[in-house]
Design a protein around this ligand. Sequence first.
Ligand SMILES: NC(=O)c1ccc[n+]([C@@H]2O[C@H](COP(=O)([O-])OP(=O)(O)OC[C@H]3O[C@@H](n4cnc5c(N)ncnc54)[C@H](OP(=O)(O)O)[C@@H]3O)[C@@H](O)[C@H]2O)c1
Length: 406
Amino acid sequence: MTSFRVGLLGHGTVGAAFAGLVVERAGDVERVTGLRPEISGVLTRSRGDFREILEASDLIVELMGGRDPARQYVIEAMRAGRHVVTANKQLLAHHGEELWALAREREVQLRFEAAVAGVVPVIRVLQESLSAAHVERLHGIVNGTTNFILSEMARTGASYADALAEAQRLGYAEADPSEDVDGMDAAAKMAILARLAFNTPVSLGQVRYEGIERITADDVAYARELGLALKLIGTAERIDGGLSVRVHPAFLYPGHPLASVSGPFNAVTVESPAITEITMSGPGAGGPQTASAVLGDVISAMIPPASTPEVTEDLPIVADVESAFYLHLEVADRPGVLAAVATVLGDQGVSVKSVLQHGLGTSARLVMVLHPVLETRFFAALARIAELDFMRAAPRAIRVIEEEFT
Ligand SMILES: NC(=O)c1ccc[n+]([C@@H]2O[C@H](COP(=O)([O-])OP(=O)(O)OC[C@H]3O[C@@H](n4cnc5c(N)ncnc54)[C@H](OP(=O)(O)O)[C@@H]3O)[C@@H](O)[C@H]2O)c1
């Protein structure tokens, strides 16, 4: 067994989750790469020695955060010929050009998927999948804290202060949330995205940003009445042969792909004539989620690009699944109909979540939403309902996806 030694700088929320994930997924990584990853040393403020860790490592993962000494360690690691994986947006927004130049010079990889939008693979997509697309515009919800606060204000009518307190209680906002709520965190991430999408240097100082601190419950209520969503949006777009990169609160029409991104989720929309529009969304932060993106980068650094998929499991294919259903019935308008339908559903263990009834002259329309049930049971009930003598038309059923991921 050949091991691949990973030196870990930082053992906080993400670092500790990453260390655990390396142990948990070592077998899978070995199957993909032929090498078994192991943590060769850990640096925190109270333990570990950077140079000893560097000496004992094939790759350095930087999860300390902040600009210094992270910058110095990353530089030293690359000068020593080590690949580096980092989740540090401040480091890249301020020192990206210096670090990318050094990576090119030393022919090492500097990977940073987790630095923007957490586990959403937006960096990889911009750098690889869309590297030949002429990107016209990016829109991003790249700060989960502010998106949670605005979603909470819209959902409950809460004030900004109360929604922020709720975000802090749930761990979505730091005790000092200033860099999130004033837009600076999102600005750093937009600087990195713009740099990659438009292949032009973008420093944090060139990104105009406004935060959400002055948004009132009234603004959010007004948006809801108009059917609009209020989000903190990062934009990077070509304008008159130049580039504008900015972050500010904005209303979105419901058809915009970012309008429905709520809670602590992040999402990025890329527009280009060749691809029309692509939206990627998912969890923007969290120890295990971010650690997963970091481990993905480590694996990418361990293998040559373009691995081919290998079968490692033999999972049985599941034929019968549970689904919730919307059921639409046209029935004769007479007593006992609803009870008869409910009996057939009940016989198959199908329970009703909600029912609407509309009279249509001598017939009636029954619209039901049913709780999740094994599909075979639902379709058995549906076949029996279709045969009931009061049915005026074939019953119609559509599956309902209930997950909302917020
Ligand atoms: N948390 C998230 O959900 C998330 C999401 C995306 C990206 N990130 C990024 O991931 C990085 C880590 O975030 P985190 O939330 O895990 O931070 P954290 O919980 O504050 O942990 C930071 C770790 O780095 C160590 N450290 C800090 N300064 C150091 C120094 N000068 N020398 C040695 N060790 C030092 C700390 O040591 P001590 O234990 O001794 O204090 C701690 O173990 C940051 O760049 C952050 O922006 C985080």
